[in-house]
Design a protein around this ligand. Structure first.
Ligand SMILES: *[C@@H]1O[C@H](CO)[C@@H](O)[C@H](O)[C@H]1NC(C)=O
Ligand SMILES: *[C@@H]1O[C@H](CO)[C@@H](O)[C@H](O)[C@H]1NC(C)=O
Ligand SMILES: *[C@@H]1O[C@H](CO)[C@@H](O)[C@H](O)[C@H]1NC(C)=O
Ligand SMILES: *[C@@H]1O[C@H](CO)[C@@H](O)[C@H](O)[C@H]1NC(C)=O
Ligand SMILES: *[C@@H]1O[C@H](CO)[C@@H](O)[C@H](O)[C@H]1NC(C)=O
Ligand SMILES: *[C@@H]1O[C@H](CO)[C@@H](O)[C@H](O)[C@H]1NC(C)=O
Length: 607
C-alpha cells in the first residue's frame, strides 16, 4: 500500500509521542543499573572532582546518569560509558561490575589514576568499538586479552608524561600479537607505551594486520628503526606520530605515497640521511614536525628569488595550501627558505638551527595573516629583514638571532605587531635604532622577551611601559650613560643582561624581587657594589670599576645565589664572614681586586 507523503508528515507527531511513551514504559528500568552501581561502589574516587559518579544513584534512570549512553533502540542497555577526568584513584579489578556491561561499544576511562595493571576481563567487552584508557594510570604488561576485542576501531592506551619509566609495556605478548586480530582498527594510539620493538617487526606487524589504519600514534615507545618498506601499504594513513623514538635511519621515500597524509611528526628520532623532498608535495599536509634530528639533511624544492610569480607558484612547497604547522628546527636543512605564499593557514614556522642560506625572501610573507610564530634563528641568513615581516599582524614570536642579517631596524616598526611577545635580533650585523623622531614607545606591544644583544645599540631603549617584560638582553652593545631607574619598575623581570656595554652608573638600586639572573659584567660601573636583589641566583659584577669595600652583610643578599662574581674591580678591605651564610653558592669569584685580611673559614679547603 502506498501512503501519500503528506500522510506521513501528518503521522510523525503521533509516532513521536507513541515512542516517547514507549521509552518511559520499557526503559524506565535501565537494565544495567546493578553492574553500574557495583562499579561505582567498588571505585575509589574524589567526591569533588568526580562530578559524574556522585550523581549515579537509583533515584533516577541509569540511562540518564552523566557519562552513560543507552542504546537508542530502547533496549535499556548501556552502550557508552565516559568516566574520563572522573578523579578515580583505584578500585578496578576483574571482579568489577564494569565487565558485566556486555553491550558496551564505547568506553572512556582516560585521565584517572587507577594505578593498577589492566584487568584481563576487558576482553569480555566484545562489542567494544572504541577503548580509551589514555593517561588512566594503568601500569605493567598489556594483557593478550585486549587482542580479542576484534571490533575495535579505536584503541588509545597512551600516557603523555611519566616519571620513573613508562607505565605500560608490550613484552609478552609483543606488539605483533596485540594487533594481529584488530583488523578493523583505524586509530592506534600507544604513545608512551614501552613497545621496544625493532623496525622491521613493528612495521610488518602494522602493515600485515591493520589495513584500515588512519591514525598511527606511537611517540616515545622505544621503537627502533628503520621504517619498514611494507608500511607503504597502509594507504589510508593520515596521521603519523612517531616522535621520540631512536629510529637511527633515513626517512624512506615511501612517505610520499600517503596521499591522505595530514600530519607527520618525527621529532627527536635520530633520523639521518636526506629528507625526501617529495613529502613537500603532499597537498593534504597540515602538520610537519621533524625537529631535533641533528643528522637529518634536507633542502626545500629549488627556486630563485627573482623567478616570475608564476614559477614561484609552481614550486613545490607553494602547493601545501593546508600547511598549518611546520617545525624543522635543529636539523641540517640547507639552501633557501621556501615560499609559503599559498599556505594561507600557516600559523607556526620554526626553521631555526639549520644551515639555511640566502636572504629572507621579502615577497613570501604577504597575506600570511595567520602566522603567529616565525623562528629563523641560528642559520646563515643574510641581507636585510624584509619590511613585509612587520605586517604579519598576528605575530607573537619573531626570532631571527644568530644569523648574518644586516641593515638597520628601527625598533618602532614593532608597533605594527600588536601581539608580539618575543623579539630576537641578537648576534647579526644589524644596527637597531631604539630612539629617534619616529619612536613612539607608548604604543609598543607588550613584549615579554626582548633579545637585542650585539645590535649596535648606542642608547638604552625606552622600555618603561613594557610591564610584561621578563627577559631583557641588551648585552654586547655600545650603550653609554646610566642604567635607567625605571628598570626597577618592570616587576616581572627575571633575566637582565646588560654586560659588555659602556654603562657607568645605576640610577636606582635594582630592588626587583622577580629578578633571578643579573649580568652587568664588562661595563664601567663605579662606586660601591649595588646590593643584589633578594631572590637572585646569578650575579656577575665582574670587570667594572667598582671600588670601596664589600658590604659586611653581603651574604644576606645571596640566600639563593649559586654564582657571584666581583672579579676585576677595585675592591678593598676584607672578605665579609657573612659570605659563609649561604648554602647554594657554587662559584664565588673575587679575583683581581685589592682585598686584604683573613679568608672566611668556609672558603678554606676542606670545610
Ligand atoms: C570473560 O573473560 C575471561 C578472561 O578473559 C574469560 O575466561 C571468560 O570466559 C569471559 N567470560 C565471558 C562471559 O565472556
Ligand atoms: C622497555 O622494555 C624493554 C624490553 O622489555 C626493557 O629491556 C627496557 O628496559 C624497557 N625500558 C624502560 C625504560 O623501561
Ligand atoms: C640509537 O640507536 C642506535 C642504533 O641502534 C645506537 O647505536 C644508539 O646507541 C642508540 N642511541 C640511544 C641514545 O639509545
Ligand atoms: C603544484 O600544483 C599545480 C596545480 O595543481 C601543479 O600543476 C604543479 O605540478 C604542482 N607542483 C608541484 C611541484 O607539485
Ligand atoms: C584554513 O582553515 C580553515 C578552518 O580550519 C578551513 O576551513 C580552510 O579551508 C583552510 N584554508 C585553506 C586554504 O586551507
Ligand atoms: C603615539 O601612540 C599613541 C597610541 O597609539 C598615539 O595616541 C599618539 O598620538 C602617538 N604619538 C605620536 C607622536 O605619534
Amino acid at each position: 500500500m502506498k501512503i501519500p507523503l503528506f500522510t506521513w508528515i501528518f503521522l510523525i507527531p503521533f509516532l513521536t509521542i507513541f515512542s516517547g511513551v514507549n521509552v518511559v514504559l520499557v526503559s524506565g528500568q535501565c537494565r544495567d543499573q546493578r553492574p553500574l552501581l557495583e562499579l561505582k561502589n567498588s571505585l575509589t574516587f574524589d567526591n569533588f572532582t568526580s562530578t559524574k559518579l556522585v550523581k549515579w544513584n537509583s533515584a533516577s534512570d541509569c540511562c540518564e546518569w552523566p557519562g552513560i549512553t543507552c542504546d537508542d533502540g530502547g533496549s535499556g542497555r548501556v552502550i557508552s560509558l565516559d568516566l574520563s577526568f572522573a578523579g578515580i584513584n583505584g578500585g578496578l579489578d576483574d571482579s568489577s561490575g564494569l565487565f558485566s556491561l556486555q553491550f558496551l561499544q564505547n568506553l572512556n576511562l582516560s585521565f584517572n589514576t587507577f594505578n593498577t595493571t589492566l584487568p584481563v576481563r576487558f576482553a569480555n567487552l566484545t562489542d567494544l568499538i572504541s577503548l580509551n584508557l589514555s593517561n588512566a594510570g594503568f601500569i605493567g604488561q598489556i594483557p593478550n586479552d585486549i587482542s580479542k576485542l576484534t571490533k575495535l576501531v579505536s584503541l588509545d592506551l597512551s600516557t603523555n608524561s611519566f616519571l620513573g619509566g613508562p607505565a605500560l609495556k608490550l613484552e609478552k605478548p609483543n606488539f605483533a600479537t596485540l594487533v594481529q586480530n584488530l583488523a578493523q582498527l583505524e586509530e592506534l594510539i600507544l604513545d608512551g607505551v614501552n613497545i621496544s620493538a625493532q623496525g622491521s617487526d613493528w612495521g610488518k606487524a602494522l602493515s600485515s594486520s591493520l589495513p584500515n589504519l588512519k591514525v598511527l600514534s606511537m611517540s616515545n615507545c622505544f621503537l627502533s628503526g628503520p621504517l619498514d618498506a611494507s608500511l607503504a601499504e597502509l594507504r589510508s594513513l593520515s596521521i603519523i606520530r612517531l616522535s621520540s623514538n631512536n629510529l637511527s635511519a633515513p626517512v624512506p621515500k615511501l612517505l610520499a605515497n600517503y596521499s591522505k597524509l595530514t600530519s607527520l611528526e618525527l621529532s627527536s628520532c635520530r633520523l639521518n640521511g636526506i629528507f625526501p623532498q617529495t613529502v613537500f608535495q603532499i597537498p593534504t599536509l597540515e602538520i610537519l614536525d621533524l625537529s631535533f634530528n641533528e643528522l637529518l639533511q634536507g633542502s626545500f624544492p629549488e627556486f630563485h628569488q627573482n623567478l616570475s610569480l608564476q614559477t614561484l607558484l609552481l614550486s613545490s612547497i607553494a602547493n601545501l595550501t593546508q600547511l598549518f604547522y611546520l617545525d624543522l628546527s635543529s636539523n641540517k636543512f640547507e639552501g633557501r627558505i621556501p615560499s609559503f605564499r599559498k599556505s594561507k593557514n600557516l600559523t607556526y614556522v620554526d626553521l631555526s638551527r639549520n644551515n639555511l642560506t640566502g636572504e629572507i625572501p621579502s615577497g613570501h610573507w604577504e597575506g600570511l595573516l595567520s602566522l603567529t610564530y616565525v623562528g629563523l634563528g641560528s642559520n646563515k641568513l643574510e641581507g636585510p629583514i624584509p619590511s613585509s615581516v612587520f605586517y604579519l599582524a598576528n605575530l607573537n614570536v619573531l626570532e631571527l638571532s644568530s644569523n648574518k642579517l644586516n641593515g638597520t631596524v628601527e625598533l618602532h616598526l614593532v608597533q605594527k605587531l600588536p601581539n608580539l611577545t618575543t623579539l630576537g635580533l641578537s648576534y647579526n650585523n644589524l644596527t637597531v635604532i631604539a630612539s629617534g623622531k619616529n619612536s613612539n614607545v607608548s604604543s609598543l606591544p607588550q613584549i615579554k622577551k626582548l633579545r637585542l644583544a650585539s645590535c649596535n645599540l648606542r642608547v638604552f631603549p625606552d622600555l618603561r611601559n613594557q610591564s610584561k617584560l621578563f627577559h631583557l638582553d641588551l648585552s654586547d652593545n655600545q650603550i653609554t650613560g646610566p642604567v635607567p631607574g625605571w628598570i626597577s619598575e618592570l616587576s616581572l623581570l627575571q633575566y637582565l643582561n646588560l654586560s659588555r656595554n659602556l654603562l657607568v652608573d645605576l640610577e636606582r638600586s635594582l630592588s626587583l624581587t622577580s629578578l633571578s639572573i643579573l649580568d652587568l659584567h664588562h661595563n664601567q660601573l663605579q662606586g660601591s657594589i649595588p646590593a643584589p636583589p633578594s631572590f637572585i641566583t646569578y650575579v656577575d659584577y665582574s670587570s667594572n670599576n667598582f671600588s670601596s669595600f664589600i658590604p659586611p652583610n653581603i651574604g644576606n643578599y645571596l640566600n639563593f645565589t649559586f654564582f657571584f662574581s666581583l672579579s676585576n674591580n677595585h675592591l678593598t678591605g676584607a672578605i665579609p664572614q657573612s659570605i659563609c651564610n649561604n648554602d647554594w653558592l657554587q662559584v664565588l669569584d673575587l679575583s683581581n681586586n685589592s682585598l686584604s685580611g683573613t679568608i672566611p673559614s668556609c672558603l678554606i679547603e676542606g670545610s
